[in-house]
Design a binder for this molecule. Structure first.
Ligand code: KPL
Length: 297
């Protein structure tokens, strides 16, 4: 298959090398136009992939039969709207960003959109990307299920297992959202690696209870206990990681908070509920962003 990967950060490089190793023709797409991009990945078994790939070739993009988007949530809508006319209307777009709420921003795009959520973790160490935790990538359609699209799960699974197809991917997306609502802002609050959050049991339990309650109102079966077990499992498997939000805050970059706790707060409000735990974390991260935005003026 011909596949374009939009965004060549840690996750993008992981997919580029994994897909190429299965014989797919791949290209990267960077925000700053470049003819080539490189990927240097240390895999879970310690093996290394170093590759140079074509980048930002409009003909390649137009002929692609899949576009994988690994940008930050807040970059996705404007990037796709700029590229819309270069992407074939039949080319599926697989979104792999953290958080929810982007679909609302993409209304009107002619291409079929697939929602993806992944628990693979990769982190940058200088010029190298280290695949730190294996995981599952759940994918599924965002409008009326098209049977043909489910065929994509197999080649993706061959490249970077596990990949699971869901006709209704929303419950898996909400479960990953819960992980990001808890680990990401708490790691900023305590300025710590993910593993150190094991000490914050009470706060994690309060957040799980609040998110499970909102999920139930949204129509997704959930419980405080299930969310808690899942979050603790991810804290364990990514114990040495700095969460993406903590990395963003340390580098004084815009975070994905609007699509993470911000999305949960908006959904709670739409259901006529309060979400004090999520609101507190949302405000905490917004204050940090405003502080460094103000500093840079
Ligand atoms: O997705 C992540 C992130 O950092 O954004 C987790 C799962 C929390 C791993 O660090």
């Amino acid at each position: 298959m011909k596949i374009t990967v939009l965004g060549c950060g840690a996750l993008g490089q992981l997919w580029l090398t994994a897909l190429e190793s299965q014989g797919h023709e791949v290209q990267g797409w960077l925000r700053v136009t470049q003819p080539y991009c490189s990927a240097n990945v240390v895999h879970l078994d310690g093996s290394v992939s170093n590759g140079t790939y074509v980048a930002n070739d409009p003909d390649f993009l137009n002929q692609s039969s899949l576009l994988i988007v690994t940008l930050k949530a807040w970059q996705v809508a404007s990037a796709l709207k700029n590229l819309e006319f270069l992407i074939a209307p039949s080319c599926p777009i697989l979104l792999l960003n953290n958080g929810l709420g982007i679909l609302e921003e993409l209304r009107g795009l002619p291409q079929p959109i697939l929602q993806g959520v992944t628990t693979h973790a990769a982190t940058r160490d200088g010029h190298v990307i280290v695949h730190t935790a294996s995981g599952i990538t759940h994918i599924g359609p965002t409008s009326a299920p098209a049977a043909r699209l489910s065929d994509l799960a197999e080649p993706l699974h061959q490249a970077l297992p596990d990949v699971a197809w869901h006709n209704n991917v929303a419950p898996a997306a909400w479960q990953k959202l819960a992980v990001n609502c808890i680990i990401n802002p708490l790691s900023v609050q305590y300025d710590c690696r993910n593993g150190a959050l094991k000490e914050q049991q009470a706060e994690i339990l309060r957040l799980c209870a609040e998110i499970a309650h909102i999920m139930e109102r949204e129509g997704y079966h959930s419980s405080k206990e299930n969310l808690y077990n899942y979050v603790m499992q991810i804290i364990e498997s990514t114990a040495d990681n700095l969460s993406s939000m903590l990395q963003d805050v340390r580098a004084q970059r815009l975070t994905e908070i609007d699509y993470i706790n911000g999305y949960v707060v908006r959904r709670a409000r739409a259901q006529g509920m309060a979400a004090p735990e999520n609101s507190r974390l949302y405000d905490l991260i917004k204050r940090k962003e405003q502080f460094y935005e103000h500093e840079s003026l």
